[in-house]
Ligand binder design. Structure first.
Ligand code: TPP
Ligand code: MG
Length: 263
């Protein structure tokens, strides 16, 4: 639909749609740019949950929001503003590329900026890790990505892949639990024929389900590489409301939860 209509496609890493000529890698940041002011209509499919700019976009009452019901009957409509449809709408093919080209140009510039930042390391080391993981997801590969910062960093850094190469990127979204992720990755690696299987998780997520590594003596062993981004605690909370200075006294104990475990 995006290709036929020449619309930008804003797709989360686990959507299965972050491919092809119209996907925009850095959409989350571009939604804070003047491009967002020019949006007139949004078509929502699936269940985006990852970023506030997207939730805000699909909750706007000053634009037309159309939400397509999933096969299980659910329409994503957090702001209760959308017109609900039963199927992906057919759109007229449009040759006018000006709109999508503006997104592509902004995406190229933003991607260059992020890549340069990631290459410096330092505070941007997590972005460098996400970029490496994104690059390692070859055709036919499997990636299980943990909640919290890993999936958000991957969302910024993963390239837009070619369509039809049978990559699978999965995560426990919905309520975005950090529980059971090691087990999810082991199960997915065992259950799918992949060129390689990767998991990419935060340190608290890894520790939460470390016992998932204990496999019974007669159980099959997965060929799985686990990348742990260890920042000694839950980094995401520093970026949320609880990171405000008013809560600084109890922040580390309640939210940061540093554990001192070295991986
Ligand atoms: C089962 C469960 N408990 C608690 C939470 C709340 N929570 C969200 S992110 C997070 C910290 C995750 O830390 P880490 O895996 O190190 O990722 P980081 O934030 O550092 O990227 C927690 C505890 C959750 N999502 N799921
Ligand atoms: Mg962490």
């Amino acid at each position: 639909m995006a290709q036929a209509a020449n619309w930008p496609l804003l797709a989360e890493p686990t959507s299965g749609a972050r491919t092809g000529s119209h996907a925009i890698r850095t959409y989350r940041l571009l939604l804070g740019s003047p491009l967002a002011d020019a949006i007139e209509r949004v078509v929502v499919t699936g269940h985006p949950t990852l970023s506030r700019p997207v939730t805000e976009l699909i909750s706007r009452s000053d634009i037309e929001v159309v939400s397509v019901r999933s096969p299980s009957g659910v329409c994503t409509d957090p702001g209760r503003v959308a017109r609900h449809l039963d199927a992906v709408p057919r759109v007229e093919r449009r040759d006018d590329r000006e709109w999508v080209d503006a997104w592509r140009a902004a995406d190229r510039a933003m991607s260059r900026h992020l890549d340069a930042l990631a290459a410096e390391g330092g505070d941007a080391l997590p972005l460098q890790v996400a970029a490496e993981v994104g690059r390692a997801v070859s055709a036919e590969a499997l990636l299980v990505v943990g909640s919290s910062q890993p999936i958000r960093d991957l969302d910024l850094m993963a390239p837009v892949y070619a369509a039809g190469q049978r990559r699978l990127v999965i995560g426990n979204r919905g309520l975005s639990g950090i529980d059971g992720t090691v087990s999810t990755a082991i199960g997915a690696a065992l259950g799918r024929r992949s060129s390689r299987a990767l998991a990419y998780v935060g340190d608290v997520t890894f520790l939460h389900d470390m016992a998932g590594l204990v496999l019974g003596p007669d159980e099959p062993r997965p060929d799985l590489t686990i990348v742990v981004a260890n920042d000694d605690g839950g980094a995401i909370f520093a970026t949320l409301e609880q990171g405000a200075s008013a809560y600084a006294k109890s922040f580390e104990r309640v939210f940061g939860t540093p554990h001192g475990v070295r991986t």
